[in-house]
Design a binder for this molecule. Sequence first.
Ligand code: FAD
Length: 715
Amino acid sequence: MKKNKLALMAVIAMLVVAFFSLDLGRYFTLDFFRSQQAAIDAYVEANPAQAGLSFFLVYIAVTGLSLPGAAIMTLAGGAIFGLLWGTVIVSFASTMGATLAFLASRFLLRDWVQEKFDDKLKPFNDGIARDGAFYLFTLRLVPVFPFFVINLAMGLMPIRVRTFYWVSQIGMLAGTLVYVNAGTEIGRIDSLRGILSPPLIISFTLLGLFPLLAKWMVGTIKARKVYAMWPKPASFDRNLVVIGAGSAGLVAAYIAAAVKAEVTLIEKYKMGGDCLNTGCVPSKALIRSAKLLATMKRASEFGLKSAKAEFDFADVMERVQRVVKAVAPHDSIERYTRLGVECITGEAKITSPWTVEVKTAEGTRTLATRAIVIAAGARPFVPAIPGIDQIGCLTSDTVWDLRELPQRLVVLGGGPIGCELTQCFARLGSRVTQVEMLERIMIREDPELSEMVLRQFEKEGVDVLVKHKAKQLLVENGEKILICEHGGREVRVPFDALLCAVGRVAHTQGYGLEELGIPVTKMRTVEVNEFMQTIYPNIYACGDVAGPYQFTHTAAHTAWYSAVNALFGSVKKFRADFSVIPWATFTDPEIARVGLNETEAKEKGIAYEVTTYNIGDLDRAITDENAHGVVKVLTVPGKDRILGATIAGEHAGDLIIEFITAMRHGIGLNKILGTIHIYPTLVEANKYAAGVWKKAHAPEKLLRWIEKYHAWMRR
Ligand SMILES: Cc1cc2nc3c(=O)[nH]c(=O)nc-3n(C[C@H](O)[C@H](O)[C@H](O)COP(=O)(O)OP(=O)(O)OC[C@H]3O[C@@H](n4cnc5c(N)ncnc54)[C@H](O)[C@@H]3O)c2cc1C
């Protein structure tokens, strides 16, 4: 603990101990006050300002130190200064004292409590951050909550000092008035208990609950209002209709069927959506073939004289389709029907908050449902570069149809999809130029990791052009050319095929959002609240269509919240938790991340310590001829709390799991270090990173003493 904290704690402790050991509490009793009232009145008569100020300061000290006596002082305030001045003095003094106690608790204990009970406090923190003023107001009014406990507890929570002050002042006013008023007739009071009669306690409780009830009612009325123009069906034949059978829709339907709801899943194209058909599965299959080729080129490094690969690009692409077919049964109509999901192949359109129209080969059907989950996904974004319509471009939707390897390929975009496909095609034999308008590829990762991927790409013959903005596409003398702007000059890149991988945009048009007035965000995703609800509380959205992340695992994650809230929201709703989101880019080297990286920590002004371990030193990486890469962990300075981790290297996407689990369950590096990792594995890199951190935090002073102890033992 820092010195100034220790000093403050010591001062507070001394004052509290003095109060009790000198029995100062005897001055804060009704009897004592009554016995001294005549003398006090005389003093106040002679020195009104001084008396008022002294009373004010003593009141602040008593409440600021959380000492017993505030109730008696409030009565005394009424008796000495009358209703008006008594109320004014007590109201300000009690609020200032409460704020001092609040600040002391915050300064001394908040960091420690928040760190220790991080996970358990999260729901409280979220609630207070959102509705802290309402809760505090209720607590202040309902007399069962002791004054000093509220001050100290609120100091630990994420509520602003200003909010605490003004809500306390207003919230305590009614109670102050009652006590000060009672104090004006102090002679009639026998004990503190009688001051708040049961009807008064009930009135205060109702008053305290009123803001919460009012907030809930406004929310309910607002939610109802959106339904006003839509006739509600008398009954529903389904609990849930899910639009789109990609990663998100499949999970939503699966959950609904698992909990025995009647659920219909509508897919207009292919079951499995992007991930299975044009995304994760084909890309990872292609990466595997390309990697094998790249490994064969390194045959001599493994002690082999040579290894020659003869292949036909078309066969590689056919293998990719074979893999897709092999995985397809996991997402098939047959499997989902067996699970209890009604699967319909057709195009869905939401026609009211409770009806979905489906156009199928057989005709159009209208389904009545209690809730709807939109999981319509996203599509590749193709920028309006002049000439792109005439010349055409490949996207992640169409690249899988290629059966002839483009000799010269331009990949537009330096994000994960652009990078993965760049390396694949380069390894398969295309001359690839990757064009990125920002200053580096993989901009979301730390610069040295982007650099690591860039160096590997260049080693493999990729021409990476950063800070190049695509301006125009044209054909000159039968040759396709991309014109880029770079540092004010024109750069011309001839090519045979162009692959556009500059991002993906959510599907938000043509299936009823416009008619129902469901808004989209600036990022062009369906607008949802923390429960994944649209403005219609029974219509939810998840996966790529809702964002904020575009991964299969986040699609599944948000689908869980959508389905569970859609089916059980009237009993209990769950807020989507985006606190520990991992991802990986499957380039070679693979880059995987969870939580913060250094770049983000700097941008957000979050204090951090960074620990790195060089995978080049790891035994297993050396045996595998993969001795490169890094584990980089960010922790809270001086504390064993992980803020984020990034791993670059072979199987980084698998290795990162240990940090994801650690962050999700509040485990620190000490625990990772204390866990047996199998030798020799790549995952030992995590343990060694934890070891580097531990060494940097070795208790030097203690070790010097231990050294002396060993020296003494040798005598
Ligand atoms: C090349 C590439 C590689 C990728 N690699 C990875 C990876 O390695 N790891 C990872 O986590 N993510 C990866 N992703 C991202 C991942 O594929 C997506 O995040 C994920 O598929 C999103 O799932 P979804 O269910 O939200 O959408 P989708 O999978 O797009 O599913 C939406 C479905 O809704 C259907 N639909 C839309 N409108 C209607 C309608 N009106 N009626 C009926 N059906 C409709 C569509 O036909 C589609 O099938 C990759 C993406 C690409 C393009």
